[in-house]
Design a protein. Structure first.
Length: 402
């Protein structure tokens, strides 16, 4: 799982950025498996989404409504149930759930958000939490992949394994490995149609612009100067004296290149993980899932960040490969949300999801069977009213196939 890797930044999801070929290795994984097209988070912010994935519960049930939430070891239901099913379990990379991930057999996780360069991690093989700090050199995507490969190489190979490998990238503020500095350097990144102007009403509904446009300068962090309280342009070093639309266009190009360089680093590391599975001869016998913790705005609607219940932020990538039961190059349009991930993995692995989980298992789909009785709508709620100078009011809603 990556952080903020939105479906627009893949080849296989066919967005305006697909022509840039940003994810050749993940796209190859998808071509050998199944792409899920209607997967959504129920709260588009890192900690709540991860809490829903680890518990199989909605935010109002697991109590993680915002970035201050935490999941204690006894409530880390996914690794608990995978261990019951006989799996070695490991959590490596971004954790972001405050408490020790002690329900796993092994963990090596970033403290909090973690650093892009020379990150520290908390390693369960060292001293007691939270003093089990190890310092590393290099870019976080490289470091986290090295840690996972080391665990895989030295695990007890007489048992099946369940590894959660979580990149920090491409979370803002984007800081790629230096070797990608020239990637897309001379490329003009295609803009979304609604970066500079919003069709119809001018800028969304009254909820997103206020009466007589009274709130457009305060709602939704922008790429343009419309609402730059968070200061995307300033943080990227863009000349504030540039007029619109030149300013927004310049911010957009710099923003997207930095973001996609981080994506490129993730894609290359996915290849390393797959190469290891191939070398050990277990690739075809390993269920491989690639996902992100939510979506992200890449200039659509003149937005930056996530949080809003618009498609770009609510939608999650979800790609699965398991050749024994999953048809190559297939797609699935089941309406899934992130509370479904845990019960599905437990079910597919031979365990039984506990009654405390609110999500549903779609393991029948992964096993090549028809999914019986499925939801027709999925629920969303963002609780953090106008937080972090990003201008997103608390809101809720439902998403159907339409």
């Amino acid at each position: 799982m990556s952080d903020d890797h939105t479906t627009q930044a893949f080849g296989v999801y066919g967005s305006r950025l697909a022509s840039l070929n940003p994810t050749p290795n993940i796209d190859k994984l998808a071509s050998e498996g199944m792409v899920f097209t209607h997967v959504f988070c129920n709260n588009s912010i890192c900690t709540p989404s991860r809490a829903s994935i680890i518990t199989g519960q909605y935010s109002q049930t697991n109590g993680v409504l915002d970035l201050l939430g935490r999941i204690a070891p006894e409530r880390q239901l996914l690794p608990i149930e995978m261990r019951k099913a006989g799996y070695l379990t490991a959590m490596i990379g971004k954790w972001h759930l405050k408490e020790e991930p002690a329900a796993f057999d092994y963990y090596n996780v970033l403290p909090g958000q973690g650093k892009y360069y020379n990150p520290e991690t908390r390693d369960s093989s060292k001293s007691e939490w939270p003093d089990n700090i190890t310092e590393h050199k290099g870019h976080s995507s490289d470091v986290i992949t090295d840690l996972s490969l080391n665990w895989l190489a030295n695990r007890d190979k007489s048992k099946p394994f369940f590894l959660m490998h979580h990149f920090k990238a491409p979370h803002d503020m984007f800081n790629n490995a230096k070797r990608y500095d020239s990637y897309l350097e001379d490329t003009e990144i295609p803009e979304p149609d609604n970066l500079h102007s919003q069709p119809g009403s001018g800028f969304g509904s009254a909820s997103t612009r206020g009466n007589e446009d009274s709130m457009i300068g305060a709602i939704g962090a922008s790429v343009s100067k419309r609402n730059n309280q968070w200061g995307l342009g300033q943080r990227l070093g863009i000349d504030e004296s540039l007029p619109e639309p030149e300013y927004a266009a310049t911010v957009y190009q710099e923003f997207l290149k930095k973001y996609l360089r981080c994506v490129k680093g993730v894609d290359d590391k996915v290849e390393r993980l797959i190469d290891y599975l191939k070398e050990e001869g277990i690739y075809d016998n390993t269920l491989v899932i690639y996902t992100g913790d939510q979506g992200f705005f890449l200039g659509e609607h003149d937005f930056f960040d996530k949080r809003w219940m618009y498609e770009e932020a609510m939608r999650m990538p979800f790609i699965v490969r398991y050749p024994e039961t999953i048809e190559k190059g297939s797609q699935c349009d089941l309406l899934i949300n992130n509370t479904d991930f845990a019960p599905t993995m437990i079910d597919f692995g031979g365990g039984e999801a506990p009654d405390a989980m609110q999500g549903k298992s779609f393991a029948r789909t992964l096993n090549g069977k028809e999914q019986l009785e499925w939801r027709e709508a999925t629920y969303y709620r963002y609780w953090m009213h106008m937080a972090h100078k990003l201008g997103n009011p608390a809101h809720f809603g439902i998403r159907t196939k339409r």
